[in-house]
Design a protein around this ligand. Sequence first.
Ligand code: PMV
Length: 448
Amino acid sequence: MGSGQSYPSVSATHSAPSNIALIKYWGKRDASKNLPLNSSVSLTLSQDDMKAITTVVASPGIAADRLWLNGEEVDLSGNKRVRAVLREIRALARDRAVDGGGVIPGSVLRTWKVHIVSRNTFPTAAGLASSAAGYAALVHTLADVFNVGREVGDAMGEREAPGVLPSGTLSAVARQGSGSACRSLAGGLVEWRAGSKVDGSDSYGVQLFGEGHWPELALLIAVVSEKAKGTGSTDGMIRAGETSELLQHRAGVCVPRRLDALKTAFLARDFPSLARLSMVDSNQFHATCTDTYPPVFYMNDVSRRIVACVHAVNEKAGLGVIAGYTFDAGPNAVIITTRQHVAFLLAVLLSHFPPSASDLTAPGGFVSGEALGGATLLDGAQKLIATLSPALTPTSDAPSVEGCIKHVYATTVGDGPRVLGKEDALADATTGLPLTIGKAGGGFEKGL
Ligand code: PMV
């Protein structure tokens, strides 16, 4: 196709997972480039239940970059993060073959505007890392549309080959949208290496273990509040960097030690160590929030009662350490366990926090999770409640409180971004306009 020739539009649809950090990212060494103070490690969550799906359409007929999120258009004019992602991906654009013959030169492709249509399959909830899934899906889909090339590991000789991107390139782009998003470009256990270069080129996510390494792991995500959090993570981190001495100690001394211990525990599939490291790191992250001036509080009374339930189970059920918890920048609890203990832990949670009648009958049910069989799991857990020892059931000091847990996602560790087919497209392949306008879940936690 020569110049002046009309090119067909290009489109792609991908999905990406959310992730939950076991060693948290908190604090920035460079806020403008979104570079972290410390390395962090997360588990990628299964996409069976929770994922972001994004369609991107690029075409010479599209007049301006536009974005629709969960059925509503988002103004991109002041959105520095999405614009940074678009700029970085366009700079990597390469010649793209067209179905039926011909090539769109990279120099032409990078001038095309895009329509982006994205949705989350889970509601916005403080601490559910929806922005991680959203930016990972955005970057992965744009990379396909602009044909930026494939990433390889550090295979000798391959790095310089045409069409080969240095490993971590896409993750580093996602990082500029949302820090935690750089860990959603791979499955399993992923480390975001803080890096030390001023330009941030060595700060990206690296898979440490694939999702198949420890298939017994399971997670229960208890949604305590669906309200967006009061203090956004960027503001919280910047304020902590300015005022918390504990943050410096954590980043310099505690996190490096914990990262090594976590890798050793994961390699050996040593659950008690994994659980303990997750708990102490979550507790310390929230302690740095309290140490921030003025303090920031993300956990609430229900979160703290869930912490107490997990410790009671580990100490009193006679099964050893079978659960850990971790809380992001919000009150929702992520309980880490193994598949064999999921129903039992759910029973303990339900006895302390019985669902309200309306949450029980909500569309999709009170417990969702394909991999672990949500509805069956709820039935099993309800039957187990009667068998719980008195040490694990609510006392008169801490009576059960109805309706405090609104929903539970029962899930597993999953894979990285997926390329979806035309049947999953969210936008018309030519105009890029959304195919259906409607809310599938809430908006992104922090917005793209
Ligand atoms: O990437 P952000 O800005 O969403 O910050 C994430 C911060 C935590 O979720 C609390 C920790 C983490 O490592 O994901």
